[in-house]
Write a protein that binds this ligand. Structure first.
Ligand SMILES: [Zn+2]
Length: 188
């Protein structure tokens, strides 16, 4: 059951405001109170945005956007790649939780991007690298490769979910880069 619909422009504004606070803060001001925990337990979650990002331990969506319990629906895999399970998670967030904004968030100094620039691997990591290589082609600048990888994931969500169904026409898919030194999220 959807509690309350937050339109995509409002959701993006909240993310930008939260990120502005985060850059100069020591603590996360997101609501992780007992009251919020109990409220969401009884009334369900009402996240206002889906964040697709990397598993990197320096990239913490709830901190980066100063959010707490029930605010963000987060999908994380190294290199912010998306498989069918990730796509299913996005569909769920849109269909059942009413999310109108999906932000694909890459980041600087991404190990998965770096590995993709360096070569192949036949392990499970290789599957991630192959996915990223398909997105970045012959690009060898890590920052440009990171952007290309984000944009590719944005297009994937648009093509495989958004364009498939008229119901999704008011869902906004955006790309962004998290700068691991400044904490700034650059919206592409
Ligand atoms: Zn990464």
């Amino acid at each position: 059951m959807v509690n309350k619909i937050i339109e995509s422009d409002v959701a993006l504004k909240w993310l930008k405001e939260g990120n502005r606070d985060y850059m100069d803060s020591i603590h996360n001001h997101g609501d992780i109170s007992k009251e919020k925990r109990i409220y969401t337990h009884h009334h369900g979650q009402n996240p206002f945005a889906v964040i697709v990002t990397c598993s990197d331990s320096r990239v913490i969506p709830e901190a980066i956007f100063m959010k707490g319990i029930g605010d963000l629906f987060v999908i994380r895999q190294a290199g912010n790649v998306l498989d069918d399970f990730g796509l299913g998670s996005i569909e769920y967030a849109i269909d059942h939780l009413g999310c109108k904004l999906v932000l694909v968030l890459g980041h600087t100094k991404c190990g998965a991007i770096q590995s993709s620039l360096e070569g192949a691997s036949d392990s499970f990591v290789g599957k991630i690298i192959n996915e990223i290589k398909n997105s970045i082609g012959n690009e060898n600048n890590p920052n440009i490769a990171c952007k290309k990888n984000v944009i590719s994931t944005v297009h994937k969500i648009e093509n495989l979910i958004i364009k498939k169904d008229e119901r999704y026409k008011d869902v906004l898919i955006k790309g962004g880069i998290y700068h691991t030194s400044t904490g700034h999220v650059e919206i592409l």
